[in-house]
Design a protein around this ligand. Structure first.
Ligand SMILES: [Zn+2]
Length: 447
């Protein structure tokens, strides 16, 4: 069967590469992935998956950092005009992007796989040595670019879907393919978790395409650890504007609330239990020299080594923001814009990835590092935590290849041979877990 999975993947490799190029060309950023979602949903449905879309995927209120209604409306038309699958486009209206494909193969464990699908606000390089431009698949959505490889992740997901559907008779249990929106800015995963889609998951597999750097030419790191928990907020202060010379006592000056908040936020005591961070990264306020300002906006983020430490900084910060409003008689509104948990792959599952690939996927060189340190934040951590809290296991793998520039850069591109490798790793692992569930079944303690 392992050989069959390899052969099936090799057969669809060209198709998956063209799919990746299509997603790259029609790049869509977080909550705008309407064309992308409709195409994924259409392909999963045609393969025979049970498909969840729209409001069935994300908890509406838990979607963080949502664009304005006007922007979403405008983009819906763009998606319709640019090759969306019209059977599934309507469901994504209003930023209800993301798709889940379910393959139910009877009794056995549930294996979920997460593929993120969003692009970034980056202006793509238009140089002859940038392969997507040279080969005619650079982004036609100006100012939005797949500069982090999620076009590859989405395509790997569709490849895995096809392979597993082909071998479904050998599987026992349930496959859940989660195509997650808005990973950039860590905004999307929580909405899927809060909808309950991770509650019954025994094993969660996720991955990211990364540069090989100095890692001895290997193709796969089985797990990850590290990365700080984080919460990101937009804070709005509303006051009363009056003439600054004529009657300043009649105004409510939001600039004072913002300034008080900024200085005190940066004075939050450190925590003895581990690393903390706080940053006010952007402030806009006021309209003119002689006017008491009545509107201010701050973009802030906090981080902590554990969820508890992040919570400590977050609570302290929210108290300061509120108190600073009261001091100067302004009103404040706080919008959650993003968040992630610390991330730690289960050793047992990471070891399983290593063993299964070393034994059955000889073309892949597994790194001697079992888990690499994750430097940024990744909101798959929300999904991993839910699975781990319920007694399941999760891992966040790295698929290594050469990249043309660092992630999030205008000239980013990756070696497309990584797509077939990724499909093989996911499919072989899913098969290994689901082909004999009695050997693999773990008791979940529901909390
Ligand atoms: Zn990424």
């Amino acid at each position: 069967m392992y050989q069959k999975i390899i052969d099936l993947t090799n057969k669809i490799e060209d198709k998956i590469i063209s799919q990746r190029r299509d997603f790259h060309k029609y790049a869509e950023s977080g909550w705008f992935e309407m064309r992308t979602s409709s195409i994924i949903a259409g392909k999963l449905a045609d393969m025979g998956y049970k498909v969840l879309t729209g409001t069935d995927v994300c908890e509406s209120d838990a979607r963080m950092g949502l664009p304005s209604e006007d922007e979403l409306k405008e983009h819906y038309q763009w998606a319709a005009d640019n090759g969306a699958d019209l059977r599934f486009l309507e469901a994504a209206k209003g930023g209800f992007t993301g798709v889940i494909g379910i393959l139910d193969c009877g009794e056995g464990p549930t294996v979920a796989m997460r593929f993120d699908i969003d692009a970034l606000g980056v202006i793509e390089n238009k140089g002859e040595n940038h392969k997507p431009y040279k080969c005619g698949f650079s982004s036609v959505n100006d100012g939005v670019m797949h500069a982090c490889g999620h076009d590859g992740h989405a395509s790997i997901g569709l490849g895995v879907a096809e392979v597993l559907m082909n071998i479904r008779d050998a599987l026992h249990g349930k496959v859940k393919l989660i195509f997650q929106p808005a990973e950039e800015g860590v905004r999307g995963a929580r909405a899927i978790v809060e909808k309950g889609h991770l509650n019954d998951v025994d094993y969660l597999l996720a991955s990211h395409i990364s540069d090989r750097e100095n890692d001895e030419g290997s193709d796969l790191i089985p797990g990850s650890y590290g990365s700080l928990a984080t919460s990101k907020y937009d804070v709005y202060y509303y006051g009363k504007s009056v003439h600054a010379g004529g009657s300043p006592e009649k105004g409510d000056n939001v600039m004072l609330s913002a300034a008080t908040a900024i200085l005190n936020l940066h004075a939050i005591p450190r925590h003895s239990g581990g690393i903390t961070r706080i940053n006010v990264g952007k402030v806009t306020a006021g309209t003119g020299r002689n006017v008491i300002p009545d509107q201010a906006k701050m973009e802030i983020e906090v981080r902590g080594e554990t969820s508890e430490i992040n919570e400590y900084v977050k609570e302290y910060a929210l108290r300061i923001i509120d108190a600073a409003a009261k001091m100067h008689n302004s009103l404040c509104e706080i919008k959650a814009m993003g968040g992630a948990q610390p991330l730690n792959s289960d050793d047992e599952l990471a070891l399983k990835v290593k063993d299964v690939c070393e034994k059955n996927l000889k073309e892949i060189k597994v790194s001697s590092i079992l888990k690499s340190k994750n430097s940024g934040s990744e909101d798959v951590s929300y999904m991993m935590k839910r699975v781990q809290d319920n007694g399941g296991q999760a891992t966040f793998m790295r698929f290594l290849t050469s990249t043309a520039a660092p992630a999030h850069a205008r000239a980013f591109d990756f070696g497309e041979e990584v797509l077939a490798k990724g499909i093989k790793v996911f499919s072989i692992l899913a098969y290994d877990i689901l082909n004999d569930f009695n050997n693999n079944h773990i008791e979940r303690q529901l909390i």
